[in-house]
Design a protein around this ligand. Structure first.
Ligand code: F6R
Length: 250
């Protein structure tokens, strides 16, 4: 990481399906080069087709996750691993089951640790001893967040307990049933924890991400758009569909 502003490599594809396939190819190439890779993984709607494409590539042969390990970005505070909206449950359903990865090789913050601050510290220490992450996969919040680093997050932030932005609670309510409350707090890797990865791959699709994509790539680097801090990293690839790239006028 440096203080300079680097331009991420940006690939724009026709639609979310093509963007997801391209992202899966990047993950597959990492595993081919380094079968014992440490992957940084994300949850959310954007990742569902990415993981489905990766599972198809694994089923086709030539790459495997048997020797890989992973760390996820975040988890809701208060949700047990078997809660359908917990990120552990998401990862079991959308990643471990279709790809055959052993869930014991996948680390996530625990949502039910009695002391969430201590759990955040445990997770940061696990990242430091198990890392560096070879490839960190990221989605993008409509408000410019990465992980659950909401606007206002500092470049030096590490894994910690955060309160979710009202916009994030609203955006994520679609995954919860009617009357079911979106947790207000989460444990998230910090900006500095994310930027410690050797390589970063951000995927954003759909019109709801266009303004955040523009702020990330063209706006000032700073806490108003946490994803803009990615421009301090030397090896960032951004994969977009046309809808998410719509505000990037040449
Ligand atoms: C998920 C995460 C979030 C999401 C972002 C986009 O682990 O950390 O930053 O990547 O909120 O979510 P979707 O893909 O649902 O639009």
């Amino acid at each position: 990481m440096t203080e300079h502003d680097h331009s991420p490599a940006v690939t724009i594809l026709d639609d979310a399906a093509a963007a997801s396939e391209e992202a899966a190819r990047v993950i597959a190439a990492t595993l081919r080069d380094r079968p014992d890779a440490v992957l940084g993984l994300a949850t959310g709607g954007t990742m569902v087709p990415v993981y489905a494409s990766l599972a198809r590539m694994i089923a086709a042969g030539g790459i495997a996750l048997a020797r890989a390990r992973s760390f996820n970005l975040d988890e809701y505070v208060g949700l047990p691993p078997d809660h359908p909206q917990s990120y552990r449950h998401f990862m079991n359903t959308h990643f471990a089951t279709p790809t055959g990865m052993d869930p014991a090789r996948m680390d996530l913050p625990s949502g039910i640790a009695p002391d969430p601050q201590a759990e955040a510290a445990r997770y940061e220490a696990a990242l430091a001893s198990g890392g560096p992450v070879d490839l960190q996969l990221l989605g993008l919040g409509g408000n410019g967040h990465i992980g659950f680093n909401e606007p206002g997050s500092s470049a030096e932030s590490r894994t910690r307990v955060v309160t979710l932005d009202p916009r994030t609670v609203k955006d994520n309510a679609r995954f919860f049933g009617p009357g079911e409350e979106v947790p207000a707090r989460a444990i998230t890797m910090g900006i500095a924890s994310i930027l410690a990865a050797r390589r970063i791959l951000l995927v954003a699709t759909g019109p709801g991400k266009a303004a955040a994509v523009r702020a990330m790539l063209r706006g000032p680097v700073g806490p108003d758009c946490p994803a803009s801090f990615l421009r301090r990293h030397l090896a960032v690839t951004v994969i977009l569909d046309r809808a998410a790239a719509a505000d990037l006028t040449p």
